[in-house]
Design a protein around this ligand. Structure first.
Ligand code: M6R
Length: 364
């Protein structure tokens, strides 16, 4: 039931404050500064490496998970696209563990990667949205996302719930490994608790985003840029846009611009930049200047501080609420989802059932 929404995707985007809040409430003990319901087969204190594999949007959630595990728990993470991992015959160290991420829990390549790791004898934990799925059954333990059924082919609420779990696990791993003090963990946990409110605030930007989307629906190519955790998010923004609007979009690390993609920039190729004001903001500004100098149109997703410091003249800006750096990717998922959604609506595509795509990819 779509309620009073035009599409399941729209409904699922707007459910995010609630389902993220459920997921966080399940895993985070806000009062005692710890992560609960942690029946993990993985002992984060004892492993020296973690391997994460998944496909599509779930892979991009894993990539953000890597940034968090490495930053807060000092745990090195290998992240792979499952269709590559399954045939790569990667040597798996005995002191490692494997995680898999899958909304449906049925993705063929992810399942095959899981079986490879199982054969190697390392502990396996999966983040799944469907608790009685094959991936859930074959894992040693699961971290369910409490997103509720996701019907739209384009993944939205499952993604932000996957991120919520990775964020919680990174804090737990940081505590277990002694890389976070109780005080540091308590700050991160407080920041996590603000996410549902910030996501709700971000969704208030919908009218502005819809206007930008109408213009975006007239172009054929889009470049998405970001640094740090905004880089996987840039790839997620590009994936969402191509899936439902059929606009050719590429997500790049902003620092890669001058290593190739800058050759594409002209007035017909808008560049969407995800750049909250943070310690590397200035680096991204210089990338934007390079784009502007070549006549590229910029759509900047940032906060007040970023908008005032960007000083790039007449560019489109989506001004987000101020978000703590840790939880930025969860909150900044909103504008990129809404941008893809409204662009597709403006183009009149079949948003919930885009051409050539299936919700669950059970063949390789
Ligand atoms: O069910 P899964 O999470 O394993 O699915 C993985 C991908 O097929 C999925 O995320 C796909 O990329 C989505 N259509 C993205 O919106």
């Amino acid at each position: 039931d779509k309620g009073n929404h035009r599409h399941f995707m729209e409904k699922e985007i707007h459910e995010q404050p609630e389902v993220i809040s459920h997921t966080l409430a399940h895993y985070v003990d806000f009062a005692n500064v710890t992560v609960k319901n942690f029946e993990s087969p993985i002992d984060f204190a004892r492993i020296d490496r973690l391997s994460i594999s998944a496909c599509g949007t779930a892979y991009l959630a894993g990539l953000i998970g890597k940034y968090w595990f490495e930053r807060y728990a000092r745990l090195p993470v290998d992240i792979d696209i499952a269709s590559e991992f399954r045939y790569r015959e990667m040597p798996i160290s005995k002191n490692s563990a494997a995680m898999f991420v899958s909304q449906s829990g049925e993705t063929a390549d992810t399942l095959a990667s899981l079986r490879y790791c199982k054969n190697e004898g390392v502990p396996i934990a999966s983040i799944v949205n469907v608790r009685d799925s094959t991936i859930a059954r074959e894992s040693n333990g699961i971290f369910p996302t409490l997103a509720g059924p996701e019907i739209g082919v384009a993944s939205t609420k499952a993604f932000t719930c996957q991120l919520s779990i990775f964020a919680s696990l990174a804090v737990r791993a940081g505590l277990d490994r002694g890389t976070l003090t109780k005080d540091q963990a308590s700050t991160l946990i407080r920041e996590l608790s603000e996410v549902p409110r910030l996501v709700r605030e971000a969704s208030k930007l919908e009218d502005k985003i819809e206007k930008i989307a109408r213009k975006l629906s007239e172009v054929r190519h889009v470049l998405y840029l970001g640094r740090d955790t905004s880089y996987p998010l840039a790839m997620e923004g590009a994936l969402k846009l191509k899936e439902i609007s059929y606009i050719h979009a590429e997500g790049y690390a902003a620092g890669e611009l001058k290593h190739g993609p800058i050759a594409l920039i002209d007035k017909h190729m808008p560049v969407i930049v995800i750049a909250p004001y943070d310690r590397i903001f200035e680096k991204t500004v210089s990338n934007m200047q390079e784009v502007a100098a070549r006549g590229g149109q910029i759509i900047l997703i940032t906060d007040e501080e970023g908008a005032s410091r960007a000083s790039l003249g007449d560019i489109e800006t989506i001004i987000m609420p101020k978000v703590p750096e840790f939880v930025t990717p969860i909150v900044y998922a909103l504008p990129i989802q809404l941008l893809a959604y409204h662009t597709a609506v403006a183009m009149g595509t079949d948003v919930d059932q885009p051409r050539n795509l299936a919700k669950s990819v059970t063949v390789e």
